[in-house]
Design a protein around this ligand. Sequence first.
Ligand code: ATP
Ligand code: MG
Length: 443
Amino acid sequence: MVKTIFIGDVQAGNYDGQEVELMGWVKRSRGSNKIRFIVLRDSTGVIQCVVKRDAVGDDSFEDAKGALIESSIIITGMINVDERADGGHEMVATSVAIVGSVNPEKPFPITESAMQAADGGETEFLLDNRHLYLRTSRMTTMLQVRSTVFGAIHNYFRDLDFTEYQAPNFVAGAVEGGSTLFEVPYFGRKVYLTQSWQLYAEAAMPALERLYTIAPSFRAEKSRTRRHLTEFWHAEMEVAWATNNEIMSHGEGVVRKIASDLIEHRSDELESIGRDLDLVARYADNPYPRMRYDEAVETLQGMGVDIEWGQDLDYSKEKVLTQDFEVPHFLTHYPKIAKPFYHRVDPDEDKYVLCHDLLAPEGYGEIIGGGERTWSEEELLARLDEEGTDREAYQFYIDTRSYGGVPHGGFGLGVDRVCSWLTGADHIREVIPFPRDSRRVSP
Ligand code: ATP
Ligand code: MG
């Protein structure tokens, strides 16, 4: 069985007046004992198919009648242009065959009435049925947009001759602080799931100079927010000889490339889920301003937000700060006390580190964290000791500085967060096929 014709091509007008064979799933079905109207869907669209008993014969007609929602079927018929039809085309069937039937005793569970019956528990109901919910038009759209986002990231880095590089997922030490580490039993000892590719990328930096990845990272985030998953997709990059400013230019570059690829390839999909395309185009077309942490704190204090210098900005503060941003903004020069040892201290003012976060507007907040790395061995050891972090787990990392350390840096971008922001989703769960959080690891 080979599928050659997709509904999207039919709706594009490529088969007007021709007889074609369509393979897909029943989205809706209604009619009488003489005529059925089947709305067929595939990955590219929907089309209404008219099935008349007189035209298809009794066997085909009974198949059409028995094809419940989400049955897979093959329909052959003539494609007619019809202004009134959804998508502008309709098929008049000449034969229908069921491929995978649905048991009438166990109909497709996601229906209007089931949603109403869930009565406030719709979210849990849909998460329980995630494996089936993926087929709905909203989720299909999210997955297609997501694929374009991944493609844009790969293309951005590959066009600039970055090497894609993979780090291990089982690790011995933390990157982001111990509280979000997942412990895994490992042949009688404990190891952890990686929180970031960064430390292992820094080891390859003297070999590859420009490297990137898109890989899962794991963090035991206990708090339930609309922007944290326990398993998320992390696009990370590392560049030798680079300054904080150059790394920010890449962050801006990749995010603008994602937005412009979405405008170019996924405008219809974004519109279908109600996204304002002017906003996405604005994020593609305009530069992203840079602001120091101190200025952000003053702005927030001016807005009456309870924040003290030295605190990291949590979501509630980022939300207030970004509410009126027209485009993403970089925040730079965080206080040293707010950041882990690998952030390079600003040689001009040692209470700051040379780092940045990129905050998305519309209240979405942080989508990138990055900066220069502590690159001299002496400084690295001092920072580890100052933090009270045991050197042992980081011996390999310290070693990378002992043999020709150079200034370098990089960033990590939360791919799911970017998808969530650019689609205008209410929750990060909406943009990943099987979201993982503190309560849910199934289906
Ligand atoms: P936050 O303060 O929001 O938890 P973070 O400062 O811990 O973020 P980083 O360690 O800088 O984040 O990670 C780099 C990027 O990875 C973040 O900017 C974000 O886009 C993404 N990210 C981090 N943690 C998560 C998570 N739990 N779920 C989804 N994305 C995440
Ligand atoms: Mg975090």
